[in-house]
Design a protein around this ligand. Sequence first.
Ligand code: AMP
Length: 193
Amino acid sequence: MRVAIFTGSSAGPQKHLEVATTFATALARAGLGIVYGGGKVGLMGVVADAAMAAGGEVIGVIPRHLVDQEAADHGITRLEIVASMHERKARMAAVADAFLALPGGAGTMEELFEVWTWGQLGLHAKPVALVDVDGFYRPLIEQLKVMSDAGYIKPSYLGSLGIVADADEFLRFVASYQPPPVRRRRGQGEDLG
Ligand code: AMP
């Protein structure tokens, strides 16, 4: 089984580095492969280094135009260089069996929400979770509740997003995951990439 990890291309506070290291180490020791953005920078790089150091399988998927900017890591198990951001995300989604967002910025959010909404549309039935380090994602979780209360997100769908504190909790979430009912609208396209 492989987990795609979305996280910052910047480093963030020390606590985030520690959690990223602990998480990646625990997943690798549990025998899970890691799929990530392929860069050496920020928390992304921390995740890859920790998983490799723990003897894990690490697959990086990076678009050609980011190879220099995100310092593509050629020391991981397999580095795939693809043509575009869209190809990167589609490839990560295809290779992974579950998705996890550690702290990050706009890119991390974009990746998280894309896979979560793909699940809502029934394009996959894989678990998606968020690691809330010291309340980092609390305002985001609150906003999702505001959206749900206003009728924009079904409670069953909101409940499908895992919110976990550590790797054990994530593994339990994945093991017991039941995909939410698929939301469909008439005339809606099926192919998002
Ligand atoms: P960030 O959280 O902004 O540091 O970005 C984390 C990862 O998301 C990096 O690998 C970025 O290359 C990637 N990223 C940044 N912007 C986008 C975007 N618009 N769509 C998809 N991925 C992105």
